[in-house]
Design a protein around this ligand. Structure first.
Ligand code: NAP
Length: 256
């Protein structure tokens, strides 16, 4: 208990999946959490769950790909909670399947704007607030797909690779402000995003689930809390000497 006691955190894409698990865990460990998501109604439900358990949280509807929304929301969070110590850049989409030959410019732009441009925008508007707090932690959700390739999700790989190197660049840029920046690289985690991707016509969902699990040497899919615990570590002062690093949470997927 209390691993991020008294800190203020923004989590993006926190209405469901890994973001939701992270918001709930950070709140349980003592942080006041700004629960932000495109889906304001479900974000509000997460904030309400935190408050019902005795924690501190408030919800904001936020599209992370829109700079004006990011700037206004982050200013409101700082006003509501008095400071900012932690930013978790979690919001993301898998987007259209396909090689670069198969996807359209619009499909490419949607993934890059939601996944990568959003990290640029949210980091840009968080840094002055973190600097004012005397430092802080930014945790960026990349993926094993930001480290290794696969054959048919070209835009997603490009966006997650961009996040990986942006994290290192920002770690160097803001180290003297005592702002740490790290990336997290999950394997396949059973969330609404993966569930949607597991709809294969004519194949039972259990069979798809089991085939995905077998991609990981540990033989299972990950759970949102498996990732949330890694994010909590990077967000906390336990990781005060950790910046520009990659935390891989993948059941051995990339160990081969
Ligand atoms: P998820 O279940 O789909 O949750 C993502 C949340 O982000 C949703 O609530 C979604 O809202 C929201 N979102 C989408 N576009 C947004 C935008 N423009 N602005 C604000 N919020 C937006 O996804 P997840 O599986 O938890 O993934 C979370 C992060 O981990 C993503 O960055 C993902 O790429 C990464 N990751 C996931 C896995 C995995 O296997 N699940 C593996 C590696 C990395 P809507 O539902 O309304 O669109």
């Amino acid at each position: 208990m209390g691993r991020v006691q008294g800190k203020v955190a923004i989590v993006t894409g926190a209405a469901q999946g890994i973001g939701r698990a992270t918001a709930l865990l950070l709140a349980r460990e003592g942080a006041a959490v700004a629960v932000t998501d495109l889906n304001g109604k479900d974000a509000e439900a997460v904030a309400e769950q935190v408050r019902a358990a005795g924690g501190k949280a408030q919800a904001w509807p936020l599209d992370v790909s829109k700079e004006a929304e990011v700037a206004a929301t982050f200013a409101e969070v700082a006003k509501a909670f008095g400071r900012l110590d932690i930013l978790v850049n979690n919001a993301g989409i898998s987007g259209a399947n396909g090689t670069v030959e198969e996807i359209s410019e619009a499909e490419w732009d949607k993934v890059m704007n939601t996944n990568a441009k959003s990290v640029f925008l949210c980091t840009k508007h968080a840094v002055p607030l973190l600097r004012r707090a005397g430092g802080g932690s930014i945790v960026n959700l990349s993926s094993v797909y930001g480290i290794v390739g696969s054959h048919n999700v070209a835009a997603y790989h490009a966006s997650k690779g961009a996040i990986r190197i942006m994290s290192k660049t920002d770690a160097l840029a803001f180290a003297e402000d005592r702002i740490r920046v790290n990336s997290v690289h999950p394997g396949f985690i059973w969330t609404p995003m993966l569930e949607a991707g597991a709809q294969v016509p004519g194949v039972a969902p259990e069979a798809v689930h089991s085939a995905m699990a077998k991609l990981h040497p540990l033989g299972t899919l990950g759970e949102p809390d498996d990732v949330a615990h890694g994010i909590l570590y990077l967000a906390s002062d336990e990781a005060k000497f950790v910046t520009g690093s990659e935390l891989v949470i993948d059941g051995g997927y990339t160990a081969r």
